[in-house]
Design a protein around this ligand. Structure first.
Ligand code: UT7
Length: 325
């Protein structure tokens, strides 16, 4: 019997502090920078984002999302035999946020590790968990994207600080006789490191280089639209499906123009795109599982629907997962 993996439950968490575009415009004005709700909405589709309090790490956001996903899957934390956290804003240099989360969940013993693929992190993590389940290494995995991007934003750079937010999303992925995950497709091209990065690092007890996010937005935009179409088509081909089989497109939530551009290229109606970028901003690795959970809880995504999840981001990394929910 072929072994597959299937999503058994979803969860998410946003820190309570909601920051509107108007709030940000006011904050930036105090630094002598000009921005506006109109500019941010027209260029990105973002209206608000959530910021965690300074003492709240990614693992705390992940814990809330994980508990909700476990509850919706009808599982106890003790039944989890694999924890993968996708994050670019880990609690510590080491150990992994996944091991910190494991301890907060009150369990021990199962493997736990982080995946670092920036905004493609959740798609990477889901692919790794799917592989470990299909090879029999795990039966019941917790796969999470969790970020506190507000910590690495440069509030003197209006071209980036208005784009990102904090949050976490989680799924429980279980072994199943029926698929589940139908096909996956992952890629990276390290020659584009410079267009989206946090160049600083820790050495000799000091931070060396700039520890804040830098992005060439236009270069990222151009690459993103192309690779998202390619990854979607490659994933469909692997599964022997076509665009017409997709019920919902759940792309990385960075910019509404990129998301709708991808839908247009795939000849999909805009109504089939799950959009949370307006209320969440870009939450990097958390954006796809957050959007998925919102879509499930608002009754859009239903059991049996075919979903195309797509990530793209720093590295440059990109990828897609096609699944029956
Ligand atoms: O998560 C990983 C993936 N990341 C992405 O997918 C992000 C991809 N890139 C983008 O989403 C877009 O490139 C941005 C939203 C970052 C920028 O939008 P754009 O349409 O490419 O704008 P632009 O960079 O061409 O800037 C247009 C103008 C510039 O002024 P001038 O040179 O035309 O006078 C900017 O200085 O808008 C100005 N500008 C702003 N104005 C008000 C840039 N940021 C702001 C701002 N408020 N916050």
């Amino acid at each position: 019997m072929t072994r597959h993996s299937r999503i058994a439950g979803t969860g998410s968490y946003l820190p309570p502090k909601r920051v509107t575009n108007a709030d940000l415009a006011q904050q930036l004005a105090a630094r002598g920078l000009e921005t506006s709700d109109t500019w941010i909405v027209e260029r990105t589709g973002i209206r608000a984002r959530h910021f965690a309090e300074p003492d709240v790490p990614s693992s705390d956001l992940a814990l809330h999302a994980a508990r909700q996903a476990l509850e919706s899957a009808g599982r106890k934390a003790s039944e989890i035999d694999l924890i993968i956290v996708a994050t670019s804003t880990p609690d510590m240099v080491f150990p992994s946020t996944a091991t910190i989360l494991q301890n907060k969940l009150g369990v021990a013993g199962c493997p736990a590790f982080d995946v670092q693929a920036v905004c493609s992190g959740f798609v990477y993590a889901l692919t790794v968990a799917d592989s470990l389940i299909r090879t029999g290494t795990a039966k019941c995995a917790l796969v999470i994207g969790a970020e506190v991007f507000s910590r690495i934003l440069d509030f003197d750079d209006r071209t980036t600080c208005v784009l990102f937010g904090d949050g976490a999303g989680a799924v429980v992925l279980e072994a199943s006789e029926t698929p589940g995950i139908l096909a996956t497709d992952l890629h990276a091209d390290g020659k584009h490191v410079e267009i989206l990065c946090v160049p600083g690092g820790v050495s000799g007890g000091k931070v060396h280089g700039n520890p804040l996010l830098r992005m060439d937005g236009q270069a990222v935009f151009k690459l993103a639209v192309g690779v998202l179409e390619e990854a979607a088509r490659a994933t469909l081909a692997k599964a022997g499906k076509t665009e017409a089989d997709i019920d919902w497109l759940i792309p990385h939530q960075a910019n509404i123009r990129i998301m709708m551009g991808t839908a247009r290229k795939l000849k999909m109606s805009q109504d089939k795109v799950i959009v949370t970028v307006d209320e969440h901003g870009n939450t990097s690795a958390a954006s796809i599982p957050l959007a998925l959970d919102v879509a499930v809880r608002t009754g859009k995504v239903k059991k049996g629907d075919t979903l195309m999840l797509e990530g793209v981001g720093g590295g440059f990394t990109w990828g897609a997962v096609l699944l029956d929910f």
